[in-house]
Design a protein around this ligand. Structure first.
Ligand code: PLP
Length: 284
């Protein structure tokens, strides 16, 4: 695999980063994941916009222009012959020399890393038909979940808890309400209405979420942005989640209780089709 590191395209084994990098010792960095279908980037402007916002919230400069980011993404797709898959992008505050809580000098260059992961069959994921099972766990993350930082230890622990309990993922709960999934935004459907938590610092502002809600509104579907509980989700007609790498996937069981009739519902199925169709139209 060929990867990108600070201006160079390198074989992955040659891409090396300092042990003093702030990303390594402090989780001081941000990332984006963009999906690739048919060799094209989905929702790319949205991902670049959120990247810029995450960087700015952490008082980091954006090291590259939008055109430069696009060129690197395209080059990696080409060099690695990616038809279906994802591109991971990470910017950290760079090599600080000595470990120090205070930021390094302003002129310290950030570390920029991008790599691809080929995922043949991403669009034809059989889980879109079978659905996924989730458990709920307390949301113990920090309070700025709207910033897409590489600080992913708690979501990783929650995912492992789900695995140990024999299910697919965990939904995070705070003050009695679902915030989001370990790496996705969460939704329920009741009487045809799509219900999802409103944007705030409590959740990541999903790019897939934004596009999907726009497509759903254009298709005259009803949407309500508000928090919901696990009990309400268990009693809903359908549940599902969205992320750049999963698109839209149904959830058929929550904490051992079947949602609806326990299989992928019509709304989630339609929304997945709608998302794939519409986002491919604007893929670049
Ligand atoms: N919420 C969290 C915590 C995430 O990590 C992600 C994606 O990684 C999402 C939501 C979905 O965001 P997007 O649709 O931009 O991938």
């Amino acid at each position: 695999r060929t990867v990108y590191l600070n201006g160079e395209y390198l074989p992955e084994a040659e891409a090396k980063v300092s042990i003093f990098d702030r990303g390594f010792v402090m989780a001081d960095g941000v990332y984006e994941v963009t999906s690739v279908l048919g060799g094209k980037l989905l929702d790319f402007p949205g991902h670049l916009k959120r990247l810029a916002r995450s960087l700015s919230e952490l008082q980091m400069g954006n090291p590259l222009s939008d055109d430069e980011w696009l060129a690197i993404h395209r080059k990696l797709v080409e060099l690695n012959a990616i038809d279906e898959g994802i591109i991971y992008l990470q910017v950290t505050r760079g090599n600080a020399g000595d470990r120090d809580f205070a930021f390094p000098a302003e002129d310290t260059p950030p570390t920029v890393v991008l790599f691809t992961q080929s995922k043949p069959g991403l669009a034809a994921n059989p889980q879109a038909k079978t659905g996924l099972r989730v458990i709920s766990v307390p949301d113990l993350r920090w309070s700025r979940r709207d910033i897409k930082t590489v600080q992913l230890l708690y979501p990783s622990l929650a995912k492992m808890e789900a695995k140990h309990r024999g299910v697919d993922d965990a939904w995070l709960v705070e003050d009695g309400f679902v915030t989001e999934g370990t790496s996705n935004n969460t939704y329920i459907v009741k009487d045809g209405k799509i219900i999802t938590r409103q944007l705030s610092q409590d959740i990541l502002h999903g790019i897939t979420r934004a596009s999907l809600l726009r497509y759903a509104a254009e298709a005259q579907m009803q949407i309500e942005e508000r928090p919901f509980t696990i009990e309400e989700a268990q009693a809903a007609d359908e549940a599902f989640f969205t992320s750049a790498s999963a698109f839209v996937l149904p959830v058929v069981e929550i904490d051992g209780a079947k949602v609806g009739n326990g299989s992928a519902g019509p709304v989630a199925t339609r929304l997945r089709e709608l998302y794939l169709e519409e986002s491919l139209k604007s893929a670049i």
